[in-house]
Structures are given as structure tokens and as C-alpha cells.
Design a protein around this ligand. Structure first.
Ligand code: CUA
Length: 481
């Protein structure tokens, strides 16, 4: 494949009628320590060149671009397009020490080494081929080292991906899986973690590898190779992500359908979110609670609504999440959960809903069916003591989330020692906390605001309470002396 007399030697024939061109080129090559390049002769026209071919056996003819006596088109026609295929380069040495090589690239003098180096390995690639490929012919050697770099980087990508996946598996990113619905979601999550680990490695490994091995060498201030584009690469990096995204969309749809699958036997619970508490109502039994009690291995249908702003019901161990919207019946949203693990969890609000958003938590208990039935029996038992009933209602309606019974200050004033005492209001006036005041404060929370507190009580909290329930709650407050 290498047409030279000595292996590794490049034989150059110079075509120019100006001896100065020959001298300039010789000294340029010498200066560049191109020891593998040997100038075998100099010709001043095409006829001489043809005659010299047999005798001198050159690999390359460098034609003086600025020599008007030479017909360079003739050289190109004869050696590039004609039957005698030979590498021909048009070179200009006019512009000072800059060499301009006309094979569709302009090189600075500092780059002539690289160009000659490259040419060493592509002696069989004709300029015509260079034309076709826009001058971006990869040399055999470049291709080999390029492949070497690619193989090393690919192996590193595989190793880093494997390490990342092993690390992710070890750290257990997700909380425990406590619902049937969590299963398909976690399957999708784990697949995504793996794909993300691969993408991360692909980008970071190639980036760091390039930073280390392709950094600019000392003293090299030349421009990088000009690359027009690569159609097959562009097609691949468009289609591959598109296919991946579509595949994940399909899996996501399947997983969503899985989490929405209804069980006609599901236990219905009405969930009401308010700034900043949760209330749970069991329509079958009339139980109202601030704690969510669930029987294990039975699907519950949560019907979510809000009394004020948008909240979001989320128990991380159950994975699924749904907004609770204000606006009444038309805006109720459903969420289906089948708890699979007995234990204690927390509902947290997953929608920024105001000052106390971060503290909008409620306890969730998943119980065995027997324990759940017992809890239902306890809750539906109505005491004949109004104070006991009052405490039960205060818990159920969420009053105790904001009003302490031990003197400590929460969002609202404490109930301890409240009854019968004077209360200072925000306008500085005082009022006695009698039954009428307490009833008014429950039914119309904004009527009198206690000094030092904000009016944040749900305005229509009493709408769900009967008069008898309000009376019982007042009895309970009276008991807290
Ligand atoms: Cu309710 Cu955040």
C-alpha cells in the first residue's frame, strides 16, 4: 500500500519554475525535522514531471500554487483525475512563513507537521477522495488510535456504570415499600436509576477522558480540525433518546394503570385537608379522626378534598400521591392504596400551602384486620360523660392540632385554664371566656381574635358539628381548669 523505495520514506517531487520555491520548501521541511520526507527532484512543467515519474517514483507532487507558468489544472487533470493516480498538493509559500495547502484546508505553518504526518499514512488516499469527503479523511493510524481511545472509554463507561448501580443498590434511596401500588412504581424507579447511571457515566467518562488525553499540548496554539458534521451520528443521537423516552412513557402508562386499578370492595375514607391539618372520615361507621387508621391488605379509596388551598396527600412508603383541591364535590380526587405492611407512617403535605406547610403531618397506622375492627368499636362507642365525648370530638375535628390542653402555646391559644378567665383581644379590649364566647369562637372564629394570634382557624369548621357536639366540646374545655 505504501509506494516508496525505503519503508517509511515519503518521496516528494516539487513542481515549480522558481528555484526559490524549491529552496523554501526544502528548508521548511528541514526546519520541521520531517526526516521521513525526501525531496527527490524538481520539475518545471508537466512534461518533465511525466518523464520524472518512472525514474524518481514520487509519492507526492507539491505544485507551486503561485507559479503562473505552471498550469496547475493540467497537473490535477493528469494525476488526480487521469489514469495515473497520484497525490497532488497545491502549496503557496507567498504569505511569509505560512504554508497554504490547497486540499480544501488552509493550514498554518505550525500545522504542516501534522499534515505531513497525516499524509504519511494516507498515501493511497487520493486528493479526489479528499475532495469527496471534504478533506476529512481519517488516516489508518488516526482510525486505529481513535478506536483505541473509544474502546478504553467504552470499557470505563461500563465499569463506572456498574459501580454506580452497585452503589445505588447499597444506599437504598427509597423508603420501605408498604403498599401494593409501590411495587410497579419501584420497578420503574429502579430501571430509571440504572439508565441514569449509564447516561451519567457516558457523559462524565467521555468528558474527563477527553480533558486528560486530548488537552492542548504545550506550545500548540493551532486551531483544531474543522468538522462539518456526521449524519449517521446525528441520526443515532436523535433516534436513540426518542426510542428510550417512548419506551419509558409506555412503562409509565402501564405503571399508572396498575396503581389506579380499583377493587369494588375498597374501604372508602373521606380525607379533608385544611391549613394545616388532616381529617379522616369513615362514612360506613361515621368515625371522624385526625389519625388515619388502615386495615392491612385491603384496598382503601381515599376521597380527597380541601377546605382552603391546594394540599397534597403523600405517604412516601405508599409511593402514590394526590392533590387535595378546594371547590367542593366536583373537585374531589381519588387515591387508591392497598397497605401491605403493618406499622406506623406519616402523611405529609406535598404541596406548599402556607406558613405551617412543613408541619402538616398526620399519623398513619396500618393495623391487622382484628386491631382495626377493635379501633372501630372503640370509636363508635359513645360515652355518657359529656367531657369524654367532648375530648373525642375535639380530637376528631382536629381542634387539638392547634390548641394544647397543657398550657403550651401552639398555633392557637391553649385550652388549659381558659374557661372563666379574662382574655385580651387584639384590639386591647378584654372579654370573659364564658360559654357564649367559646361557642362564638367555634362557630365564627374571626369574630374575636386573641391578642398575639393569627386568624388561621378554618372558618366553617363548625359546619360539620352538631349543636350537641359543640356543647360537649365546651364541657371538655370547662373541665380543663
Ligand atoms: Cu398542606 Cu402543604
Amino acid at each position: 500500500m505504501i509506494r516508496s523505495n525505503k519503508p517509511g520514506e515519503r518521496r516528494v517531487l516539487i513542481a515549480s519554475s522558481h528555484p526559490l520555491f524549491g529552496q523554501g520548501l526544502r528548508s521548511l521541511l528541514k526546519e520541521r525535522h520531517q526526516t521521513g520526507v525526501k525531496v527527490v527532484g524538481m520539475v518545471s512543467n508537466l512534461k518533465e514531471a511525466l518523464a520524472a515519474l518512472e525514474k524518481l517514483n514520487p509519492d507526492l507532487i507539491i505544485v507551486d500554487y503561485d507559479d503562473e507558468a505552471l498550469n496547475r489544472d493540467e497537473f490535477l487533470a493528469r494525476f488526480v483525475e487521469g489514469e495515473k493516480k497520484l497525490r497532488v498538493v497545491l502549496l503557496s509559500l507567498q504569505s511569509g512563513r505560512d504554508a497554504v495547502v490547497y486540499d480544501r484546508r488552509t493550514l498554518a505553518a505550525a500545522q504542516i507537521d501534522d499534515w505531513l504526518e497525516e499524509w504519511n499514512y494516507e498515501s493511497q488516499a487520493s486528493p479526489a477522495l479528499l475532495e469527496e469527503t471534504g478533506g476529512a479523511v481519517e488516516t489508518v493510524q488516526n482510525r486505529r488510535t481513535g478506536m483505541k481511545h473509544f474502546v478504553i472509554a467504552a470499557i470505563l463507561v461500563v465499569i463506572v456504570t456498574a459501580l454506580l448501580i452497585a452503589g445505588l443498590d447499597r444506599v437504598q434511596i427509597l423508603p420501605i415499600q408498604a403498599s401494593l401500588q409501590a411495587d410497579s412504581i419501584d420497578g420503574l424507579f429502579n430501571l430509571e436509576f440504572r439508565v441514569i447511571a449509564f447516561l451519567f457515566s457516558l457523559i462524565v467518562v467521555f468528558m474527563i477522558y477527553s480533558l486528560i488525553f486530548f488537552r492542548r499540548k504545550k506550545g500548540d496554539d493551532s486551531d483544531a480540525a474543522h468538522i462539518e458534521g456526521n449524519r449517521s451520528l446525528e441520526v443515532i443521537w436523535t433516534l436513540a433518546p426518542l426510542a428510550t423516552v417512548l419506551f419509558f412513557a409506555y412503562l409509565g402508562g402501564e405503571s399508572l394503570a396498575e396503581t389506579l386499578r380499583p377493587d369494588p370492595q375498597a374501604l372508602e375514607i373521606e380525607v379533608t385537608a385544611s391549613q394545616w391539618s388532616w381529617r379522616f372520615e369513615y362514612p360506613d361507621t361515621g368515625i371522624v379522626s385526625t389519625e388515619l387508621m388502615l386495615p392491612v391488605d385491603k384496598q382503601v379509596l381515599l376521597r380527597l378534598s380541601s377546605t382552603d388551598v391546594i394540599h397534597s396527600f403523600w405517604v412516601p412508603e405508599f409511593r402514590v400521591k394526590q392533590d387535595a383541591l378546594p371547590g367542593g364535590q366536583d373537585f374531589i380526587r381519588d387515591l387508591r392504596i392497598t397497605p401491605t405492611e403493618i406499622g406506623n407512617y406519616k402523611v405529609r403535605c406535598a404541596e406548599l400551602c402556607g406558613l405551617q406547610h412543613a408541619y402538616m403531618l398526620a399519623d398513619v397506622q396500618v393495623l391487622s384486620q382484628a386491631d382495626f375492627d377493635q379501633w372501630v368499636n372503640e370509636q363508635t362507642f359513645v360515652s355518657d360523660d359529656p367531657v369524654v365525648r367532648g375530648r373525642q370530638y375535639a380530637e376528631q375535628f382536629g381542634c387539638l392540632a392547634c390548641h394544647s390542653t397543657d398550657g403550651s402555646t401552639l398555633v392557637g391559644p391553649t385550652w388549659q385554664g381558659l374557661f372563666g378567665h379574662e382574655v385580651t383581644l387584639e384590639d386591647g379590649s378584654t372579654v370573659e371566656a364564658d360559654e357564649a364566647y367559646l361557642r362564638e369562637s367555634i362557630q365564627d372564629p374571626g369574630a374575636k381574635i386573641v391578642s398575639g394570634f393569627q386568624n388561621v382557624m378554618p372558618p366553617d369548621i363548625a359546619a360539620d358539628m352538631s349543636d350537641a357536639q359543640i356543647a360537649d366540646i365546651i364541657e371538655y374545655i370547662k373541665s380543663l381548669r
